[in-house]
Write a protein that binds this ligand. Structure first.
Ligand SMILES: Cc1cc2nc3c(=O)[nH]c(=O)nc-3n(C[C@H](O)[C@H](O)[C@H](O)COP(=O)(O)OP(=O)(O)OC[C@H]3O[C@@H](n4cnc5c(N)ncnc54)[C@H](O)[C@@H]3O)c2cc1C
Ligand code: SF4
Length: 496
């Protein structure tokens, strides 16, 4: 660290967001362009180089955080980029999208605001692209081994990049018309502009990875054919089988899944549609589900100019401070967090009757009621206690023209028939079963990412992709792989 007293003399400063009333009129990232680089070296200098970096443990990729903090504080951007890319294929994705469990585990966070680790990561990644520190790295020679990667989300992309760079011939099959998985059609552009994704895909093409879009494994190419054609198959198909809400009125027009709504808005951004058929414009919108997918619906509905938007969360409102008894440092605590979408909805008063910003906490949906044409018009809810039991006298009715269900996902989608064609064993909760080497019960077939882990995060997906690549490399070469494997299939986030 350039200044050993940096953590005492420099307060935490985050990458500033653009004014709410400006940014809700566009779909660009919410941050002020160019405002991160001028502050980031001083921020990196807040790292104490504490000696036992719990941030390493908290980051599933094992990012070498104190090392690159030191390099950034000294403005050695090339070396910082090398250290960062040694553990993370796509730091510009995590630098924008990761909830940063590393910061919850930062030693400074015991009694002060954590180092802005995620911002430092993003600054290094962006600087690396600007300066040309991340050219394509095609392999020196080919192994004559072939791998099919099914699914092009962060898991499939990380696995494909690692295996391609190791000299194997990799083809990525994607059933959608574009590459990227949930980073393409789930996550809105105000969280990550698509140019970051396109740039990585171009890099991967230049390295030799081949992509086949609009090709569903199981439907457009049979499982047997995949196994016959390739030496190994990696299933990175995600966990997009959504949870539903079995309450009266669910069948009414205007009640949709979040992942029916968000892809349409993203397709408008891609230029495929003039207007989303599910646009929230002029509608009273209720989002059922308090998680990040719900927040993405919130930010999207605000930008589509909804008449009102309310987000229901079945859990009670968390406090601003960590509960040291239940969720002690360095675990990732449940806190009251103000995402960019919540900040926007709060400032614009999108939900006049909410508890905080746009959220109603400890609220459970009882039923939907509609008009004579079968369109949803109202949502009936009740307050609940911590055990989700209804509290008498707390029933309320909210106007609702568009209801978005953001209740999470249960496991891989089985519509394409891949799971059945292969005869894959599943875990009781519906995810693909695998052994300690990421291998399924079918020889030569591996599973990684949300499809096997269950609904997770981009950082876990990239870690899964890197780890499954090492396992596949071992399978193909017959020798332990020199490739990094940051996690095992049974690793989970730190808990108390
Ligand atoms: C709306 C939303 C917002 C999110 N926001 C964040 C966030 O801000 N930060 C964060 O860390 N995480 C976020 N997540 C979670 C994160 O996106 C996922 O954990 C991550 O994308 C999982 O990566 P994956 O590669 O395993 O699966 P996916 O990204 O789901 O990719 C799987 C791909 O496989 C393809 N596929 C499926 N079946 C087949 C088949 N038979 N043949 C060919 N292709 C197939 C799918 O079309 C898809 O493209 C969000 C999730 C959602 C739903
Ligand atoms: S990937 Fe996430 S957890 Fe890891 S260093 Fe970056 S922000 Fe932190």
């Amino acid at each position: 660290m350039a200044d050993p007293k940096g953590f005492m003399t420099t307060p935490r400063e985050d990458w500033p967001r653009r004014p709410v009333r400006e940014r809700v009129h566009d779909w660009n990232e919410v941050y002020v362009p160019g405002a991160l680089l001028p502050i980031i070296s001083e921020q990196a200098d807040r790292c104490m180089d504490c000696g036992i970096p719990f941030c390493h443990e908290a980051c599933p990729l094992g990012n070498l955080i104190p090392e690159w903090n030191d390099l950034v504080s000294r403005e050695d951007w090339r070396a910082a980029s090398d250290r960062l890319h040694a553990t993370n294929n796509f730091p510009e994705f995590t630098g924008r999208l990761c909830p940063a469990p590393c910061e919850a585990g930062c030693v400074l966070a015991i009694n002060q605001p954590a180092v802005t680790i995620k911002n430092v990561e993003c600054a290094i990644a962006d600087r690396a692209w600007e300066e040309g520190f991340t050219p394509p790295r095609p392999p020196d020679r080919l192994s004559a081994r072939t791998v099919a990667v099914i699914g092009s989300g962060p898991t499939g992309l990380a696995a494909a990049q690692q295996l391609t760079r190791a000299g194997h011939t990799v083809v990525v099959y994607e059933k959608d018309d574009r590459i990227g998985g949930l980073m393409r059609y789930g996550i809105p552009e105000f969280k990550m502009e698509r140019r970051h994704l396109e740039r990585r895909i171009d890099q991967m093409r230049a390295e030799g990875t081949r992509f086949r879009t609009s090709t569903a494994a199981g439907r457009d190419i049979a499982a047997d054919e995949l196994r016959a054609r390739y030496d190994a198959v990696v299933l990175a198909t995600g966990a997009t089988a959504w949870r539903d809400l079995a309450v009266p009125g669910r069948e009414l027009t205007g009640v949709h899944q979040a992942m029916e709504y968000l892809p349409q808005a993203n397709r408008v951004r891609e230029g495929d549609l003039e207007v989303s058929p599910l646009s929230a414009a002029g509608k009273h919108v209720i989002i059922v589900g308090g998680g990040d997918t719900g927040a993405d619906c919130l930010g999207t509905a605000v930008r589509e100019d909804a008449a009102s938007v309310t987000q229901l969360d079945i859990y009670g409102q968390p406090g601003p401070e960590r509960d040291e008894g239940a969720e002690p440092w360095p675990t990732y605590p449940r806190l009251y967090r103000l995402s960019a979408a919540h900040e926007e909805a709060g400032e614009l008063r999108s939900a006049p009757a909410a508890d905080a910003d746009a959220r109603l906490f400890a609220a459970s949906t009882l039923r939907f009621t509609g008009d004579a044409d079968g369109r949803v018009r109202e949502l009936h809810l009740t307050g609940v206690d911590a055990g989700r039991r209804p509290l008498p006298g707390t029933e309320r009715i909210l106007p609702a023209d568009l209801v978005l269900l953001a209740l999470g996902f249960s496991g891989p989608d089985r519509e394409d028939g891949l799971v059945d064609q292969l005869g894959l064993e599943l875990e009781p909760r519906g995810t693909i079963a695998r052994d300690a080497r990421f291998a399924t019960n079918v020889p030569g077939v591996f599973a990684a990412g949300d499809a096997a882990r269950g609904q997770s995060l981009i950082v876990w997906a990239i870690a899964e992709g890197r780890a499954v690549a090492a396992a596949v490399d071992h399978h193909l070469t017959g020798a332990p792989s020199p490739m990094p494997a940051p996690i095992g299939p049974y690793d989970r986030p730190m808990t108390a």
